[in-house]
Design a protein around this ligand. Sequence first.
Ligand SMILES: Nc1nc2c(ncn2[C@@H]2O[C@H](COP(=O)(O)OP(=O)(O)OP(=O)(O)O)[C@@H](O)[C@H]2O)c(=O)[nH]1
Ligand SMILES: [Mg+2]
Length: 312
Amino acid sequence: MENSDNFSLVPSAPEGFKSGFIGIVGRPNVGKSTLMNLMVGQKIAITSPVAQTTRHRLQGILTTPEAQFIFIDTPGIHKPHHQLGKVLVQNAKIAIESVDVLLFVVDASENAGGGDRYITDLLVKVSTPVVLGLNKTDRQPIDRAEEIDRSYRELVGDRSWEMVKFSALTGDGVEILNEKLVDRLPLGPYYYPPDFVTDRPERFIMGELIREQILLLTREEVPHSVAVLVDRVEENPKLTRVYATIYIERSSQKGILIGKGGQMLKQIGSAARMQIQKLISGKIYLELFVKVQPKWRQSRLRLDELGYRVED
Ligand SMILES: Nc1nc2c(ncn2[C@@H]2O[C@H](COP(=O)(O)OP(=O)(O)OP(=O)(O)O)[C@@H](O)[C@H]2O)c(=O)[nH]1
Ligand SMILES: [Mg+2]
């Protein structure tokens, strides 16, 4: 993965070049992050079957000869139950107001629901072009396809939203989605050098890859109560050492996270290490610490310290 502060590598765009920001919005768990990873061709956003996986606004960049797409992955829009949820939803709403194109992702394996209608009401308040993306077509039951598609057409109503069906898992239909998006992008410059895939530093993605393994390997309230901060990265030619702290809210969760004889933490660490090695294409030594930080999800100050800020 390329990433540096050297913006002198940004070439000047040829005539007719298009570029812009595409906000990926939708309910939790519909596949927004999976789609963004597929679009940029690299895993930069973590994904999991747990709703509310994404917590940060994250940019994924795809540059083709004719366009630069800057996808903005957002947290799923849901009814917030705590301060963290409020911050996440607020940031997703801010993204709606600041992009060139909105890609509204829904789950084609089930009918449109109240959550989708709530988001529709938010989107109609802005004049930004909307593409409605019906994802998970690989899971759409054939005998209900017509009924399900109709429920989404009703959502669109008489608005000029384009509707595209695809699967972020298999890649089916994604080329057509790309064409629809490029049609709606304005003429513009390169915002990033062509080889950039994200706006975030590697250190941030490393923390997310650790959190992803916690989401995949632990149960109940633990996944939602976890935050990860990478404290230190020491790069050597042969080995990169990464030191990170996992914050949880209660000491009972600490027990679950560490597991019997440290088994769980070991499993999390070794799976995360493999993912981080893929990210940097090199060898990693990973050391994890666990700290109890009571009620961090309720506290504005703690949220800020852990990197969850309302953006502007
Ligand atoms: N079958 C199938 N599963 C998919 C597809 N796209 C995503 N998934 C799965 O759906 C789950 C949720 O995917 P994510 O990409 O994390 O969803 P998200 O919309 O980013 O979720 P939040 O970040 O919580 O808002 C994961 O288990 C994915 O593997 C798809 O096209 N087909
Ligand atoms: Mg996500």
